[in-house]
Design a protein. Structure first.
Lengths: 574, 363
């Protein structure tokens, strides 16, 4: 059926002075047979809009084409009935304001833009959002560490019902294994009691948080707005329906026994920072070999981190943790000596103040350097260090060597997604399911599931708490967008969605493979099954489909190719 | 490879003195970059900051570089972490005076204000003893003539005895200092013409070549220049005067060439002192810190120059208190001279030697 189009050309803002608008109307009339073609010198004014509205009520067109300014301005001015397609042709910024006025080429350009706009509106359909039935508003938080607890508290405070799943018997995560916590309150110079217990108390007081401990995720199926979650709690399966998920399953320490030079496992007095923290919590810092008081300790930073053969990245927390443990040792034994061998001291955020504080202790010694050998000499360890700050190799004796081990992310397959593309979250680098933090903060490549804390990237507790808030906000955004039938970031607000003409589908499954977000599962017969709320409207499936059966209402392969064909190519190029 | 053992007492000593920011150094090297006196190869004060924060006292005691520093404060001004490398080096130099002091207890006595009475007591008792032997402990009548109060032969003899004692201390200190410098630079080829180097270094010191390079505290060059040359000329005048009184008449007239020279030198000396004191109080640009030992040296030379002039005026004006002033002036002069190896004054020895040694090893 031929569409009824009406065209309005604005001659204000210099358009009329630069382009022959009468000639444009002639193009519309002669080439496209458009009868309603009006000019106005101030189209965005009250009178201009009234002119359009009057025509709409009289002629009931399918599409209104406005040849005026950029579609980025006056977005709310040219809004009409939802069934009418509004196409904006940018005559002002793209033609009148940037080309030579009243020139033959300028006129040709304006006419081409007009043709493209008309053809586009002939080939698209008005779109309306698709909203699933029975949407949930609850949020699932996986992992009850500092990140998960903070996320749950913040989500609950924002008024959402939170389901918090922790696999251990108690919530708290690594944070509850700490003896002391790095300073978080100004002036950030004194160690603090771990804040996790306060947070756990706060969590328990909030009525809209359901905490499941000793619980693991059995299966997650569905899509944002209606994830079906099966939690296994002490051999019992509980079923929940949630809208979005914050994934905060944390980290594992890197296994340093593979780094031969440190002799971990070979020497009893070479321990990791995890073991050091444990000793401090138990209140006795002693040598594992003979249980004697420790008089000198050497910390080796980047034990595995920033090493292409082990962890190629910086684990972020180990420098600050070492500063903290150096303080433990100095507090336990006031005559003790502490040496720190580092690649670079990185004390993120306000930990810089704590670093300065620790540095000012006469008995703590810092040097850049590489440990090249550790040997036992009598009852103490001999550590040889090269590439030091004084340009010569040095040798230091210490009772105890502490390896500042790095962070590796926990396995995201604990999610147990029933997606066609796998159980876990895809990672781009170093196994962390992180995305580009500036453009896609907290996003993973599974829509509606947001990674936070040390699972997302190595971070300290301050950064984890920040992450928790950010990821919780994203989870809330997601469930609200789903309720309105809109796409989430980055095409937030987009209400159109891909439609599959499955009659012509050959079940080749290229769309299911190529969707970066795992939107496509498949039916028992092997036909692609689109979970629309997982879709980010990137359009990759449009290009993937060899049969070209995937289209948006307002954006399709046909509409784009027609628009390109509508350009009038001059003879000399033809 | 030698096992490193930090000397905590040494670190704490620097910490208690002007180098309390020492440990905050993060070894960025800005200090060495902004310093105009630092050599290109193994520049100071960056490595000294590291050695000091690790408590490597032995290394620093034999390090000539701490003496190449003129403490102009460029490094302290530009340090991004608020560390004061200039003051740390000054602190290490102070430790050096006491480290090499022979006998050691004199070093300790001059370090702390608590021993100040003792510092005064020694020259006072000594002078009283001399007066006792000369039999002139009663204030003479008539026109003021200091030689009637304290005859020159007693004064010069007693002073020479003390000087010999000082010289003995200096020789012992210099020997162990030079050995430490040698040990520190072991393995480095040394140049052969030590004499020629010494001459050129002394020439450099006389014209204050390196002092001119300081940029943040420009006043230091003229101030030190005035004090240095004032002092040198005063020593020269004193020697000439001593020689003179052996053969000629005493006292000199005010227009006697020696007297004129002495007065000009005295004015230079006093002006230099005042300039330094004024700048120490008013110049807060680089926040340098001055402690007891810094002030003690400066104040004692200020008092010497003022009491010297007063002594002269008292004689010319026949003041009743002339002999008291003279006595007071002598006490301070002796304090300056006999304690030379144990106070900041000893930099005149250590700095010269260290500069020569540095040049000797090609720095």
């Amino acid at each position: 059926m031929e569409k009824r189009l009406s065209l309005y050309i604005c001659t204000g803002c210099g358009i009329g002075e630069s382009i022959d608008t009468d000639a444009l109307c002639n193009v519309a009339k002669s080439e496209f047979n458009i009868s309603t073609c009006k000019q106005h010198n101030f189209l965005c004014s009250k009178e201009g809009c009234e002119l359009i509205n009057r025509d709409i009520s009289e002629n009931n067109p399918d599409s209104v084409i406005i040849g005026a300014c950029s579609p980025r301005v006056h977005k709310s001015t040219f809004v009409f009935d939802k069934s009418i397609i509004v196409e904006r042709i940018n005559l002002r910024e793209q033609v009148a304001w940037c080309s030579k006025p009243n020139d033959e080429d300028t006129q040709m350009m304006a006419e081409d833009y007009l043709r493209m706009g008309i053809v586009k509106s002939q080939n698209i359909l008005p779109s309306s959002p698709f909203i699933e039935d029975n949407l949930s508003s609850d949020i699932l938080v996986i992992g009850g560490g500092i990140t998960g607890i903070t996320a749950a508290i913040e989500g609950a405070k924002a008024g959402y019902k939170i389901l918090l799943v922790e696999k251990e018997q108690q919530a708290g995560g690594w944070a509850k294994n700490l003896f002391k916590q790095l300073p978080q309150t100004p002036s950030c110079r004194e160690l603090e009691e771990p804040s996790i217990y306060r947070k756990i108390d706060e969590l328990k007081q909030l009525s809209n948080i359901e905490l499941l401990t000793s619980a693991t995720i059995n299966e997650i199926s569905g899509q944002p707005g209606c994830f079906n979650v099966q939690v296994s709690v002490s051999n019992e399966i509980k079923k929940y329906k949630v809208a979005s998920i914050v994934m905060a399953t944390g980290w594992k320490p890197y296994d340093v026994s593979g780094i031969r030079v440190f002799g971990y496992g070979k020497f009893k007095d070479v321990i990791t920072n995890i073991e050091m923290e444990e000793m401090a919590r138990e209140g006795k810092i002693r040598r594992p070999s003979d249980n004697k008081v420790v008089n000198s300790v050497l910390f080796i930073q980047c034990a595995g981190s920033r090493d292409p053969e082990h962890l190629p990245y910086c684990s972020s927390f180990c420098c600050s943790a070492t500063l903290k443990q150096a303080k433990y040792i100095r507090d336990f034994n006031k005559d003790s000596l502490v040496y720190v061998v580092y690649k670079d001291i990185r004390a993120p955020g306000f930990h810089e103040n704590f670093y300065k504080e620790i540095q000012s202790d006469s008995n703590i010694f810092f040097t850049k350097g590489e440990v090249i050998n550790i040997s036992e000499e009598g009852k103490s360890l001999n550590i040889e260090i090269s590439d030091t700050l004084i340009g010569e190799n040095i040798q230091v004796q210490a009772d105890l060597v502490v390896l500042a081990t790095g962070m590796t992310p926990s396995n995201s397959e604990e999610l147990n997604l029933s997606y066609r593309l796998g159980k876990g979250l895809p990672s781009i680098k170093y196994d962390f399911p992180d995305s580009h933090f500036i453009c896609f903060p907290y996003e993973t490549r599974r829509t509606g599931i947001y990674a936070a804390g040390t699972l997302r990237a190595p971070s300290d507790m301050t950064a984890c708490s920040e992450d928790a808030r950010g990821a919780m906000l994203k989870a809330i955004q997601c469930l609200e967008a789903v309720k309105r039938g809109e796409a989430v970031h980055p095409r937030s607000g987009d209400q159109s969605y891909p439609k599959l003409y499955l009659d012509r589908c050959t079940d080749c499954k290229r769309c299911t493979e190529e969707c970066p977000f795992g939107s496509y599962d498949e039916t028992e017969k092997g036909t692609p099954l689109l979970n629309l709320n997982r879709c980010r409207r990137c359009g990759i499936c449009l290009g993937a489909c060899p049969e070209r059966i995937i289209d948006f209402d307002d954006f399709s392969i046909n509409s784009i190719s027609s628009v390109i064909k509508a350009v009038n190519i001059p003879d000399e190029f033809g | 490879m030698k096992i490193i053992k930090p000397d905590i007492a040494f670190i704490n000593e620097i910490n208690r003195d002007t180098g309390f920011s020492l440990k905050s150094c993060m070894q960025c090297g800005t200090c060495s970059v902004v310093c105009d006196l630092s050599p290109k190869n193994k520049p100071f004060p960056r490595k000294e900051m590291f050695w000091a924060s690790w408590g490597l006292k032995e290394k620093l005691m034999g390090d000539p570089d701490i003496w190449l520093c003129h403490q102009c404060g460029d490094c302290t001004t530009y340090c991004p972490r608020g560390v004061k490398p200039g003051d740390v080096l000054s602190s290490i130099r102070k430790i050096c005076y006491y480290h090499y002091a022979k006998p050691k207890f004199l070093g300790t006595i001059l370090k702390k204000p608590a021993y100040l009475p003792f510092v005064f007591a020694v020259p006072v008792l000594f002078l009283l003893l001399v007066l006792f032997f000369a039999g002139t402990y009663i204030i003479p009548e008539g026109d003021i003539n200091y030689s009637t109060f304290l005859p020159h032969k007693y004064l010069n003899t007693s002073f020479s005895v003390l000087l010999l004692f000082v010289l003995w201390g200096v020789i012992l200190s210099v020997r162990s200092f030079w050995n430490a410098l040698d040990k520190h630079s072991s393995g480095i080829d040394k140049k052969s013409n030590l004499f020629k180097i010494s001459i050129s270094v002394i020439k450099e010191i006389l014209i204050h070549e390196n002092f001119k390079k300081c940029t943040t505290q420009k006043f230091r060059y003229p101030a030190h220049f005035l004090i240095f040359w004032g002092f040198m000329l005063l020593i020269l005048t004193t020697i000439l005067a001593i020689v003179n009184v052996l053969f000629f008449e005493y006292p000199f007239s005010i227009w006697h060439p020696f007297k004129v020279l002495g007065n000009i030198a005295g004015i230079m000396f006093l002006a230099g002192c005042c300039l330094v004191i004024f700048q120490r109080i008013t110049n807060r640009k680089n926040n340098s810190i001055y402690t007891y030992t810094d002030w003690m040296f400066l104040i004692s030379i200020l008092i010497i120059s003022i009491s010297g002039f007063l002594t002269e005026f008292a004689r010319l004006g026949n003041w009743r208190l002339a002999y008291h002033i003279y006595f007071f002036h002598l006490i301070f002069t002796w304090i300056l001279i006999i304690y030379l190896p144990y106070t900041k004054f000893s930099h005149i020895i250590y700095r010269t030697l260290a500069t020569i040694h540095a040049r000797y090893t090609g720095r």
